[in-house]
Design a protein around this ligand. Structure first.
Ligand code: FES
Length: 123
């Protein structure tokens, strides 16, 4: 067992978890409402700003408990930010609010400009 905490803390400022969960059920799941496209939109936005992987990584994940028929759920850690109903076209506005227009706002100042998170995608 290796403790890799220090290495990852040096590299990472934030990690975006994007739900692409697929389920065969009557309940909504992110795979059916554009999860994969939202995931790719997030990666592209960060790559265009040279911020993908370091300092902001993106992880495809299973259900985040925010299932909706209106779009994908994402979480941004360690900021403890949670969004649902994200469409690919929402990604630029959302990431700009979180990380700044150049994707380089990764320090402590993010919280004031990013709003309360709950309604950011609705605005
Ligand atoms: S299936 Fe994506 S949050 Fe539940």
């Amino acid at each position: 067992m290796q403790n890799r905490t220090e290495k990852q803390r040096d590299r990472l400022a934030a990690q975006v978890f994007v739900c692409t969960n697929d389920r065969d059920s009557e309940y909504a799941c992110c795979a059916d409402v554009g999860g994969q496209k939202t995931l790719e939109a997030i990666k592209s936005w960060l790559r265009e700003r040279n911020a993908f992987w370091s300092p902001i990584s993106v992880t495809e994940t299973g259900c985040l408990g925010l299932c909706s028929e209106e779009g994908t759920a994402i979480a941004i850690q360690p900021r403890n930010r949670w969004y649902s109903d994200i469409q690919p076209e929402d990604v630029p506005e959302l990431l700009e609010r979180e990380f700044g227009p150049n994707g380089d706002r990764v320090g402590d100042e993010f919280s004031e400009d990013a709003g309360d998170g709950e309604h950011a995608a609705d605005e």
